[in-house]
Design a protein around this ligand. Structure first.
Ligand code: ADP
Ligand code: MG
Length: 271
């Protein structure tokens, strides 16, 4: 608990000197070589049937993709308005649907030509993004963040404007890795080389460890995914306050809703 509190305090201090709302990172970018860097990434091989089984619905516009597409578009608007580029996805506890939401947002962003997105699995303890995308690999994200393996060795491209950085295996030094100077540098290098309009970062749940407390201050905003009928209001409230101490809260997504009333639902059958 003390470790957690100390991490929050440290992050708050760092954040106060940075100014959260409109992040400014360095001088105007040199665009040389960005197209080449994207083109050099290997194309990810996807099995759509497996992904549909894993609830990834956003390859094309459909009734099933609509809630995620609405979320995507609102997120892009928020990001443009506030100058956000790094967006994390977290939740109060595990299995709320972070990774599923992250993957659906990713392919939704991929369908928006003209927007480049890089999607990273930073849930170092339980990397799940590669699994739901049907990928097999051996390199843990920790190896990339510690500088042992270059990002381009794990990165894969889907179409011209969506790239995934997937990790495999389990880390036992995830909190230390995520708050390290080296991780800060790696993120900046990815931004410099690929110049994404958005980076989506899949994180662990807030309550599982101190991983997020040393990291959320490095991103611009976070989405909190809650699980309908499981996550309590208190859990949402605590997670929201913890995230808000470190970064902007982009919003809370109520996932796995079986009953949606007209107010926040969407009109079925508009296809
Ligand atoms: N909207 C949804 N409706 C039904 N099941 C879902 C939904 N989103 C996720 N799930 C399921 O919930 C489980 C946990 O999802 P996952 O995305 O791995 O959660 P997390 O990354 O938060 O641990 C998975 O079996 C996933 O298929
Ligand atoms: Mg996950």
């Amino acid at each position: 608990m003390e470790r957690l509190q100390a991490a929050i305090e440290r992050a708050r201090e760092q954040r106060d000197t940075r100014g959260p709302a409109r992040p400014q990172r360095g001088p105007a970018k040199d665009k040389t070589g960005v197209d080449e860097a994207w083109a050099a990434l290997p194309e990810i091989k996807l099995q759509r049937r497996l992904m549909l089984r894993n609830r990834i619905m956003t390859f094309r516009s459909s009734k099933e993709s609509t809630p995620y597409d609405i979320l995507r578009t609102r997120l892009v608007q928020q990001a443009q308005t506030n100058g956000w580029r790094r967006i994390a996805i977290t939740s109060p506890h595990s299995a709320c649907g972070k990774t599923t939401t992250c993957a659906n947002l990713a392919f939704g962003l991929g369908r928006q030509t003209g927007t480049r997105a890089v999607v990273l699995d930073f849930d170092l303890r339980r990397s799940g993004l590669g699994r739901i995308l049907g990928q097999k690999g051996e390199i843990p994200m920790e190896d990339v963040l510690s500088g042992r393996v270059p990002f381009k060795d794990v990165a894969m491209r889907h179409g011209p404007n969506l790239a995934f950085g997937l990790g495999f295996g389990t880390s036992h030094r995830s909190a230390e890795t995520l708050q390290s100077e080296q991780t800060r540098r790696v993120l900046e290098e990815i931004e410099a080389e690929y110049q994404p309009d958005l980076m989506l970062i899949d994180l662990p749940p807030m309550s599982a460890s101190d991983d997020n407390f040393g990291f959320l201050n490095r991103i611009d905003a976070a989405i909190i995914v809650a699980e309908a009928e499981q996550t309590t209001m208190t859990q949402i409230d605590v997670a929201e306050r913890q995230v808000a101490e470190l970064t902007n809260v982009a919003g809370v997504v109520l996932n796995k809703c079986r009953y949606v009333n007209g107010a926040y639902g969407y009109e079925d059958g508009y296809y």
